[in-house]
Design a protein around this ligand. Structure first.
Ligand code: RIB
Ligand code: CA
Length: 312
């Protein structure tokens, strides 16, 4: 069976980094390219971090593109308080040697979707949806050519993490999210409702470190750093490992469960800007547009992640 073609759109971020490593360690996936977007940290850092992670994975051949440096309409909000100043705090890695592609990330997304057979490419956004929405606005013809969008973002029963109502990726660019969720493309969402059940407990971090590899050490250091903020905030036994849930779903969808519901994005209210209004009980009469995940087999997820990372 041929590998599933994906484009990873990302704002590394330690959890993005682990997701990229998981994808590059998995032969079931063909990563056509990685497009960086401004999010956790500004674009110059997210594109640099994406290249650092590719080199850590032994993939200096991977094409990394810089995309949009600001949201569609709003001022960029970043998350150095979570990810540190570099976006990959917790580890000290050398600057990347591999180059950044000259082409803009949005143009790469458009060109790739036009060149590949229709409905054979899955988009995997792990950050704000600015690049994806910009591509759809600039080239509406590509919308019908996307196989599926599997993204990390949103929250409903778990409520928000950057405001009481909104999850960070959606909050940073709610206008972009509105475009993506309104595109009609099959969407699977990994919201905080499910990622908050994928916690980096000490035993799981120890398993990363026990790999004895540079990758295992890096992932352990990143999660040790990344989790300090969430453990204090939530009093949980570890940090939610958000973005790797997207890649794990591609590899083993049976790890996750959820419900196909309507999800709309709040773009007007200052109080609830960026909220993903999930019609879980189907009371709105609005057509379902999203597979909204709510549960994960956490042990199965971490077993898959650890087994795959050990291959690098
Ligand atoms: O809210 C969690 C999301 O925001 C994750 O994708 C994390 O990397 C940040 O981008
Ligand atoms: Ca991210």
């Amino acid at each position: 069976m041929s590998a599933r073609k994906i484009i990873i759109d990302t704002d590394p971020g330690q959890d993005d980094a682990v997701a990229i490593l998981l994808a590059l360690a998995s032969p079931e996936l063909e990563v056509l390219g990685i497009t960086a977007v401004a999010g956790n940290v500004p674009l110059p850092l997210t594109q640099k971090n994406a290249r650092i992670v590719c080199e850590l994975a032994g993939r200096p051949d991977m094409r990394v593109f810089a995309g949009c440096d600001t949201p569609l309409k709003r001022k960029l909000v970043t998350a150095e308080h979570v990810h540190g100043k570099t976006g990959l705090d917790g580890s000290v890695l050398p600057d990347p040697v591999m180059g950044l592609q000259d082409q803009h990330g949005v143009d790469f997304i458009i060109e790739t979707l036009r060149a590949q057979a229709s409905e054979t490419v899955t988009l995997c956004p792990l950050g704000p949806l600015t690049n994806i929405a910009t591509a759809f606005e600039r080239a509406p013809d590509i919308i019908g050519r996307v196989q599926e969008i599997v993204l990390m973002g949103g929250a409903y029963f778990e409520v928000g993490n950057i405001t009481p109502a909104a999850e960070f990726n959606i909050y940073v660019d709610p206008d972009a999210a509105k475009i993506v969720f309104g595109s009609g493309i099959p969407i699977t969402v990994m919201p905080l409702d499910v990622t908050h059940k994928a916690l980096t407990t000490q035993a799981r971090v120890d398993a990363f470190r026990a790999m004895g590899s540079e990758v295992g050490r890096m992932v352990a250091e990143w999660t040790d750093f990344f989790e300090r903020f969430d453990k204090e905030k939530y009093g949980s036994a570890g940090a939610p490992l958000h973005d790797p849930c997207v890649i794990a779903h591609l590899l083993d969808p049976g790890l996750f469960s959820g419900r196909h519901v309507n999800v709309e994005i709040e773009t007007m209210s200052d109080l609830t800007l960026g909220m993903t209004v999930a019609d879980w009980w189907r009371v709105s009469g609005r057509a379902p547009n999203t597979m909204f995940m709510g549960d994960v087999n956490a042990d199965g997820f971490f077993n898959l992640l650890t087994e795959r990372l050990a291959r690098l």
